[in-house]
Ligand binder design. Structure first.
Ligand code: ZN
Length: 184
């Protein structure tokens, strides 16, 4: 990341809104935000394939569900956070992946400027591509601060998105199983 550019941009933004970037409380803000970008946009330089490459052979052919993975992302239209939970489920085709790796995959794609629909699809596509299961379902539920603190100002509103791939897109009984397991 180009920290000089980020710091200069934050300074300009502060000037733009009529603030004094040199006053005590704001003096170190450009550097703080620049360092923070490494964390909240750190997924940009990362690839989920390495995490999903560690698989184990398994005879399991029933739906595996990892639910309520907490995630934090940043909306690319307003650069404000959206955050909530993600549930990833898949039907193995001879191989399973370590459960922490699914959470890690969510992280890799969440830590970028995003829109929730695209984030959901990217996680589903990465699991299909790298783990090659029979099918996958990804469901995300999030609150967007660009809806809560500005615009329509509707705090608490949840946006729910879902992506289904493979047999999970074709077989609605798997969707019913998914909802039943999700509500366990
Ligand atoms: Zn937004």
């Amino acid at each position: 990341m180009d920290h000089e550019k980020i710091e200069a941009a934050v300074r300009l933004l502060l000037e733009g809104i009529g603030e004094d970037p040199e006053r005590e409380g704001l003096k170190d803000t450009p550097a703080r935000i620049s360092a923070m970008c490494e964390e909240i946009f750190g997924g940009l330089g990362e690839d989920a394939s390495r995490d999903l490459a560690k698989t184990f052979s398994s005879g399991c052919s029933d739906l595996v569900v990892e639910k309520d993975i907490r995630f934090y992302s940043v909306c690319e239209h307003h650069l404000l956070p959206f955050f909530g939970t993600c549930t990833v489920a898949y039907v193995p085709d001879g191989r399973v992946v370590g459960l922490s790796k699914l959470a890690r995959t969510v992280e890799v794609y969440a830590r970028r400027p995003q829109i929730q629909e695209q984030l959901t699809a990217q996680i589903a596509d990465a699991v299909m591509r790298e783990l090659a299961p029979k099918g996958v379902i990804v469901k995300m539920k999030a609150e967007h601060l660009c809806m809560s603190m500005r615009g329509v100002k509707k705090p608490g509103t949840q946006t729910v998105t879902m992506a289904r791939r493979g047999v999970c897109a074709e077989d609605d009984s798997l969707l019913a199983t998914f909802f039943a397991m999700e509500n366990e």
